[in-house]
Design a protein around this ligand. Structure first.
Ligand code: GLN
Length: 559
């Protein structure tokens, strides 16, 4: 039977609940327990796909094409169980499902209410996420409840998991509450009052925490832990300190040392061999002892909010660790790039243009791709970054002067990037997609496989077949591929099913490392060995740096 650990949060948001939940899952997994993670989001959007990355951070895409909360990215980086659509749901999805049932008459004329209908639905969704009754059923599902205790929004979720734990009996579920213990500089003290209150708030709705994970900028001394214990009815060994660290990969070790997994396994009556965190320790050692340092220019739009590129940042770091290098990422706002200042990119070891939507900043990205191509700087274009590389190549190498994507210029004379419906028109004319298009429903989403052309850089990296995840609407226009190919652009991978362009690159004879990919490789990168595409990109950046330093060195010697 599946057992559950419910993870809630108190006092303030952004304390790292996702990392805490993922870390606990990782420790349990190292004890041989089959685990999964589920995220419940208390907002009315059906999924985060339509939300601005400024507000919500990155939209993480699963193998089966769900647009989910970025915490699912942490989950996949921390444990081996793969996330699916069912691992993340929102209030919007719950209500949608309840209302559909109501319209179908499933409730047999009863008054449909939050309790029990919405709370029952939540419990069904949680069980579905845990794979109950299927071959994917896990031993322990860790359920992270978004939001903060005390919010009106999260009340139905908390009520649902309270009922669930009651129904399952005493040793089948546990409650972990993440709280904040602020350091008040003027008093020179850590303050426990907000934690006392949030635990009380939780008890008010019938939930007694088994564990308090106390976030603070420092380790919490025993005296304060005892005080917290006394006021919150949580035994002192359940009051666990979670202090600020320089890498999230240290968190599993910190929690394990204080006995978190032991406590949870006791409570759930699970007997296993002890945890083995050797590979986490090795990861941290690698992180702390890089041999070199490289700097990547990330030319994007959401530069003031690194949460928007969470998985990408992690993927670059993973590849760095794999190459014993520390990867520094410098955001360059593409809106500020002009022909006069694009030269600044020469100071970097590589250029990366990440995914994005909308016209703003696109011309700056085209300039960045042009500069990287001409100056032989390693270039990786992801999704939109591949599209701008194609536009740039069309304009400056294939003689298609005003080439563009119809996303940015609907009337462009050369729509080298366009919606499939647009470029499939037999007479070559551009026809607009009907304006009723549902924002949530028109994307190419999730994993797809492509055949890779032999003799290419892509083939060196991936072998014969590449399977990566997608999230985009526009595609390289098939009608221009011959012309681009004749001018020297290599189409190195094509999707198996729809024959869409998946990877473009420049031949090695022309450029040491220049590649654009229509997919998002960052979603599949884990700390364990890094991702082959990012590993290759980082080693190209390292090689470029070596060459650059040699030139600088010989210039100095000559002077
Ligand atoms: N805006 C582009 C498209 O929809 C690229 C999307 C992306 O980079 N994720 O095709």
């Amino acid at each position: 039977m599946t057992k559950y650990v419910f993870v809630t949060g108190g006092v303030v948001s952004s304390l790292g609940k996702g990392i805490a939940a993922a870390s606990l899952a990782a420790i349990l997994e190292s004890r041989g327990i089959k685990v999964t993670l589920i995220k419940l989001d208390p907002y009315l959007n059906v999924d985060p796909g339509t939300m601005s990355p400024f507000q919500h951070g990155e939209v993480y895409v699963t193998e089966d094409g769900a647009e989910t909360d970025l915490d699912l990215g942490h989950y996949e980086r921390f444990i081996t169980t793969r996330m699916k659509k069912a691992n993340n749901f929102t209030t919007g999805q719950i209500y949608k499902s309840v209302l559909e049932r109501e319209r179908r008459g499933d409730y047999l004329g009863k008054t449909v209410q939050v309790i029990p209908h919405v709370t029952n639905e939540i419990q069904e969704f949680v069980k579905r996420g845990a794979g109950v009754g299927t071959e994917h059923e896990v031993d322990v599902a860790i359920v992270e409840i978004g939001g903060t205790v005390g919010d009106i929004e999260s009340l139905p979720f908390l009520e649902a998991v309270r009922q669930m734990s009651l129904r399952m009996g005493p040793n089948n579920s546990a409650f972990v509450h993440l709280t904040y213990v602020p350091w008040i500089a003027a008093a020179g003290e850590l303050k426990t009052k907000p934690t006392q209150h949030t635990a009380q708030k939780l008890r008010e709705i019938g939930i007694q925490a088994d564990v308090l994970l106390c976030r603070a900028d420092r380790r919490i001394p025993d005296e304060e832990r005892e005080k917290i214990s006394l006021f919150t009815n949580v035994p002192t060994w359940g009051v666990i300190s979670m202090w600020d660290v320089d890498t999230i990969y240290k968190v599993p070790r910190i929690l394990h040392e204080q006995g978190l997994d032991g406590l949870i396994c006791d409570k759930l009556r699970i007997h296993t061999p002890p945890a083995n965190l050797k590979r986490w320790d090795e990861l941290v050692r690698e992180f702390e002892h890089p041999e070199r340092e490289i700097t990547i220019a990330m030319c994007g739009k959401y530069t003031d909010l690194s949460d928007s590129y969470k998985s990408l940042n992690e993927a670059l770091r993973h590849a760095g660790m794999h190459s014993h290098a520390k990867v520094l990422i410098e955001y360059v706002d593409s809106e500020t790039l002009t022909a006069d200042n694009v030269q600044q990119l020469a100071a970097f070891d590589a250029v990366l243009v990440p995914g994005g939507f909308g016209k703003r900043g696109v011309e700056g990205k085209v300039l960045a791709a042009k500069f990287a191509r001409e100056s032989k700087l390693p270039y990786l274009g992801i999704c939109l970054g591949m599209q701008v590389a194609t536009i740039e190549f069309a304009r400056h190498q294939a003689g298609l002067e005003k080439a563009n994507s119809t996303e940015f210029e609907p009337d462009t004379p050369h729509p080298v990037i366009a919606l499939i419906e647009e470029w499939q028109d037999a007479d070559g004319s551009i026809q607009k997609r009907s304006s009723s298009s549902d924002l949530g429903g028109t994307m190419r989403l999730g994993a797809q496989s492509s055949d890779v052309k032999s003799g290419t850089l892509a083939h060196e990296i991936y072998g014969d077949v590449v399977t990566e995840r997608h999230r985009h609407r526009y595609e390289a226009n098939v009608n221009y591929l011959d012309q681009l190919g004749a001018a020297g652009l290599v189409i190195s991978a094509i999707t198996q099913r729809e024959k869409l362009t998946e990877i473009v690159e420049l031949p090695r004879s022309v450029h040491p490392w220049f590649m654009g990919v229509q997919f998002h490789p960052e979603f599949k990168s884990t700390p364990w060995g890094g991702h082959p595409l990012f590993n290759s990109f980082i080693s190209a950046a390292l090689a470029h740096q070596r060459e650059r330093l040699q030139i600088v060195g010989s210039e100095k010697a000559a002077a």
